[in-house]
Design a protein around this ligand. Structure first.
Ligand code: UDX
Length: 439
């Protein structure tokens, strides 16, 4: 059992705190937002993340998980302090470290005995050194700064945390290595190692992993676009490529680009890090440019089909950046909406979890419905931007009876081409032949 303080109760902080409490540690989470801390104390989980609520409730009840706004009291007995603070992108794409360094300074003023201070936030290479310097400027008390990046996918964060592929520990402090090893022992299984390295390598591992995955997706998106031009089928190409164990099947699904709170931010930050070091990360530059175009890929198809879309009405299924989350940050659907309404079209949207967040952002620029089929009434086409399970086996007769004409643009390839051929719809997807309704 360890006493742990987690500073920052955002997505990463909450999952980290809850999962460490679940493995028998005493965890106290700190946030400056009083209202949020009150809600957390009452057992309210402020984010949509499957399975988190059960663990959250259980650990609060058993008093292993607590919340406070008081940093000093939270860290007093904590041997381990996690920094799970926001690192929002600045205008130039670089990660803004002001929250991290601000708290580091506070910690320097507060600590009175050896602490292991862990960077969980995704931070540029060299941040551990900056955090160390910020603390050292305030105190002579010994401490270690460890880089321990998270690899949590939204929607699967609890499972990813409890069953990690690997845990990266960046530190050269021998005492901290022992503490980290004990802390992560419950999560380590055969073939899923705890990997020790220096701080800088750990920091770069996170960016390199995310940028590689973003590149893999983007590469497939370009292959899909080329498939459309030469008449190949990306489903077949994907199967053929993915069967090479060096490539693997995962993250090869083409679509309307990657979004979310991590990939776009981390890829831009790595690009900026390169520039800061006079290093031209040209592959990353290409990934960002291709993804920017891919996000509005459906627009090109819609314009090809309709020509002018002024006054046209589009039903949009899916707003969140991926299924099983209410997160709409950098969601391709938002970029598509923007292009459609700028051209005078009307959008009626449905999403199982993301609508409240879009309402806050876009208000009445688009309309919202509580049932996916209600979006179709009098619409000129159905657009699919997120592959929620609930969209995958729809009532095609109902779709056809409600749409003005049976036209579907699918940005996530959720239907099999062989199945859709029988449905009597015009169906355009990514990297595959367009299906015309049988006459
Ligand atoms: C990602 C990383 O997976 C995780 O390790 C990191 O810590 C945070 O960023 P997340 O953003 O939650 O997690 O989503 P993920 O499931 O990785 O998907 C990212 C984006 O890529 C989504 O927009 C998704 O739609 C897209 N994607 C993913 C594809 O377009 N094709 C694929 O084959 C896979």
């Amino acid at each position: 059992m360890k006493n742990i303080a987690v500073i920052g109760t955002g997505y990463v902080g909450l999952v980290t705190g809850t999962c460490f409490a679940e493995t028998g540690n005493n965890v106290i989470c700190v946030d400056i937002d009083k209202e949020k801390v009150e809600r957390l104390k009452n057992g309210e989980v402020p984010i949509y993340e499957p399975h988190l609520d059960v663990l959250f409730e259980r650990n609060i009840k058993q008093k292993r998980l607590q919340f406070t706004t008081d940093l000093a009291s939270a860290i007093k007995d904590a041997e381990i302090i996690f920094l799970a603070l926001p690192t929002p992108p600045g205008e130039d794409g670089s990660a803004d470290l002001s929250y991290v360094l601000g708290v580091a300074k506070d910690l320097g003023k507060l600590i009175t005995e050896y602490k292991v201070i862990i960077d969980k936030s995704t931070v540029p290479v060299g941040t551990a050194d900056k955090v160390t310097a910020a603390i050292k400027a305030e105190t002579d008390v010994p401490f270690a700064v460890v880089s321990n990046p998270e690899f949590l996918r939204e929607g699967y964060a609890v499972d990813d945390f409890m069953n990690p592929d690997r845990v990266i520990i960046g530190t050269e402090d021998e005492k901290a290595k022992i503490v980290m090893k004990e802390l992560y022992q419950p999560f380590i299984r055969d073939g899923h190692p705890l990997i020790f390295m220096d701080e800088k390598s750990a920091e770069l591992t996170k960016y390199a992993a995310n940028a590689f995955l973003a590149t893999k997706i983007t590469f497939m998106n370009e292959v899909a676009n080329f498939c459309e031009i030469v008449g190949a089928d990306v489903d077949k190409v994907r199967e053929g490529m993915g069967s090479d164990t060096r490539i693997g099947h995962r993250f090869l699904y083409p679509g309307i680009g990657f979004g979310g709170s991590c990939f776009p931010k981390d890829v831009s930050a790595l690009m900026k890090s390169g520039l800061d070091n006079n290093f031209d990360f040209s592959i990353i530059d290409a990934v960002l440019n291709v993804n920017k175009k891919q996000r509005i890929k459906l627009l090109d198809k819609i314009l090809d089909y309709f020509g002018d879309i002024k006054g046209k009405k589009f039903a949009l299924w899916g707003l969140s950046f991926k299924p099983d989350t209410d997160d709409i940050r950098e969601a391709p659907a938002l970029y598509l909406i923007d292009e459609l309404i700028n051209r005078g079209a009307e959008v009626v949207a449905f999403d199982p979890e993301g609508m409240d967040n879009v309402k806050k952002l876009l208000g009445d620029k688009i309309s919202y419905v509580e049932n996916q089929y209600d979006a179709l009434d009098g619409a000129d086409a159905l657009l699919i931007a997120t592959e929620w399970s609930v969209f995958k086996n729809p009532d095609f007769n109902l779709i056809k009876s409600k749409l003005n004409s049976p036209v579907i643009f699918d940005g996530r390839n959720i239907f099999n081409l062989s199945d859709i051929q029988e449905k009597g719809v015009y169906y355009s997807s990514i990297g595959r032949q367009t299906i015309l309704p049988k006459v």
